[in-house]
Design a protein around this ligand. Structure first.
Ligand code: GLN
Length: 537
């Protein structure tokens, strides 16, 4: 291999939300399953330094890596599809690029020059692109967020053009994802938007090598011919990516059928090797047609109208369902509805209840009600991060009888701050400054549910939270039937609580959903779904 790593740039045209992340992740999976060492990266053209401070309504879930980066949710797709482990170099934003450039400027690194978008910002972007690869990386796949033609993505596209030029023929491939809409009134599929958006790329010196066409129906021969001719790509480089009916995990299989992966390798002059998709296809088969019964899981959150806000949770539940060969039915419950509504009407008949992570007071009382319902009705319960905190508040209030028990996140002056900040956190005010982020180890107690589910004494899981269980209340909680069975030993922080008197009640301060893979479902989700599928509620 001449120039390392080879670079695949994935751009998008016409509209946003075309599923570039899933396409990028699918290309990653296919190249990896053909034996290549793959790195995947996302460039986000917005100005926030990272998505950590953005509302889920704006941005969906914030995905967290082992090394504590708060990143775009597409990185979750990359890890889940391609089985890669990502880090701080895997997601850059315009804000992060500029803050680096401005730091260099203040340090005097530019030696008196006028600092400009070209070359200084584009140089920084090029450095960022190459930073995601290690010495072993054969191919780095870089997704550029936004849509071709956006003002803010221009420096990224220019940097990619430069990289392609500098590294020479056979080193870079451009994949352009586009929309081929169907117009119902005229009964036609339209190729013009794709022509326009490849035209925009050509105007900035990028000629796509592949056109991946998002469509809701099959393209006919005439469409392939037209797209090939007017978008200036070879006929076999026009790839159809139809809406999948059952599972996003179908996408790589469909792309492989049209040989997108081997055609990319061919452009790089790399051998195709054998493609091993057996396990993936087996998993897909179970995901699409499970033989077991339907299992209904209530997810009680506060952004339920926005599925992207709980992306990894839904995926991990899916993985758990696939592992148990059952059909998953997610009942999305707005926590606030529980505050005013009848819990029996809202939660009646579910097989399991999950309270996910979150920030802020809205919906808290409804989440606490959901925990109470699960506890009293002996319904399998999984609490994650804020879900653990709600479970602790529920036991403190309703079993231990600590009236007014709360988290200081919601009530600074509550009578029983069962959840609060650690002393050393109290003086820090920068947003994110007090967050516990990324992977921490956790030791599980012998004989606990957690220990038997993981089958191990020590685990490592990712965190994104600020508040902790106050250790002064541990004994009170234990007396109320809630044991702390997982600890971060270095600071004696509670990581896992359980109710041994309940069929399956477990809550964790970390986010197991970030480490669940379709081929390796997370043990907590696997076990939660197994017990939910057996529950006779
Ligand atoms: N808001 C809580 C905290 O900061 C929980 C965070 C979360 O659920 N990710 O501790």
């Amino acid at each position: 291999m001449s120039v390392r790593p080879k670079l695949v740039f994935v751009t998008g045209g016409v509209v946003s939300s075309l599923g570039k992340g899933i396409t990028t992740a699918s290309i990653g999976l296919l190249l990896k399953q053909r034996g290549y060492d793959v790195a995947i990266q996302k460039m986000d053209p917005y100005l926030n330094v990272d998505p950590g401070t953005m509302s889920p309504f704006q941005h969906g879930e914030v995905y967290v890596t082992d090394d504590g980066a708060e990143t775009d949710l597409d990185l979750g797709h990359y890890e889940r599809f391609a089985g890669v482990t990502l880090n701080k170099t895997s997601n850059y934003t315009t804000g992060r690029i500029y803050s680096e450039v401005l730091t260099r400027e203040r340090r005097g690194d530019y030696l008196g020059k006028t600092v400009q978008v070209i070359p200084h910002v584009t140089d920084e972007i090029k450095r960022a692109v190459l930073s995601c690869a290690t010495k072993q990386t054969d191919i780095a796949i870089v997704e550029v967020g936004g849509t071709a033609g956006d003002i803010e993505s221009l420096p990224f596209l220019e940097a990619m053009r430069q990289l392609s030029h500098e590294r020479g023929p056979g080193s870079t491939v451009f994949v352009h994802l586009t929309l081929v809409p169907y117009l119902r009134t005229s009964g036609e599929l339209k190729t013009k938007p794709s022509q326009r958006s490849t035209g925009i790329l050509r105007g900035i010196g990028i000629i796509p090598d592949f056109l991946v066409c998002r469509t809701d129906r099959h393209l006919e021969r005439e469409h392939f011919d037209k797209l090939s001719m007017f978008c200036n790509v070879p006929r076999n480089a026009v790839i159809e990516e139809r809406d999948v009916s059952e599972s996003i995990y179908e996408v790589p299989v469909e792309l492989a059928k049209q040989q997108l992966d081997t055609l990319i390798l061919d452009k790089f002059g790399l051998p195709p090797n054998q493609l091993d998709l057996k396990d993936w296809k087996d998993m897909l088969q179970r995901a699409v047609s499970p033989s077991g019964r339907t299992v209904t899981i209530a997810v009680v959150g506060k952004y339920m109208s926005l599925r992207d806000a709980y992306k990894s949770i839904f995926e991990a539940l899916n993985h758990g369902a696939v592992a148990n060969d059952v059909d998953l039915d997610i009942r999305a419950v707005e926590a606030e509805d529980l505050q005013s509504g009848d819990p029996e009407r809202i939660l009646g008949g579910v097989d399991g209840i999950l309270v996910p992570g979150g920030f802020g007071y809205r919906g808290i009382e409804g989440k606490v009600d959901a925990v109470r319902y699960a506890r009293q009705n002996r319904i399998p319960f999984l609490g994650i991060c804020l879900g653990l905190q709600c479970a602790v508040i529920e036991t403190a209030r309703n079993v231990a009888g600590l009236e007014g028990a709360d988290s200081t996140e919601f009530d600074q002056n509550c009578s029983h701050p069962v959840i609060g900040l650690m002393e050393e956190q109290k003086s820090i005010s920068t947003k994110g400054g007090t967050m516990r982020l990324g992977a921490y180890r956790c030791v599980l107690e012998e004989g606990s549910l957690a220990r038997s589910v993981y089958g191990r004494k020590e685990i490592s899981e990712r965190h994104r939270h600020r508040y902790e269980i106050d250790n002064d209340y541990r004994q009170t909680l234990a007396d109320a039937g809630m044991s702390c069975t997982g600890r971060y030993p270095d600071q004696d922080l509670v990581e896992v609580v359980e109710r041994p008197d309940h069929p399956w009640f477990l809550a964790c301060q970390f986010h197991p959903e970030f480490k669940s893979h379709p081929l390796q479902p997370h043990p907590l989700f696997e076990s939660f779904l197994r017990h939910a599928s057996r529950s006779d509620s």
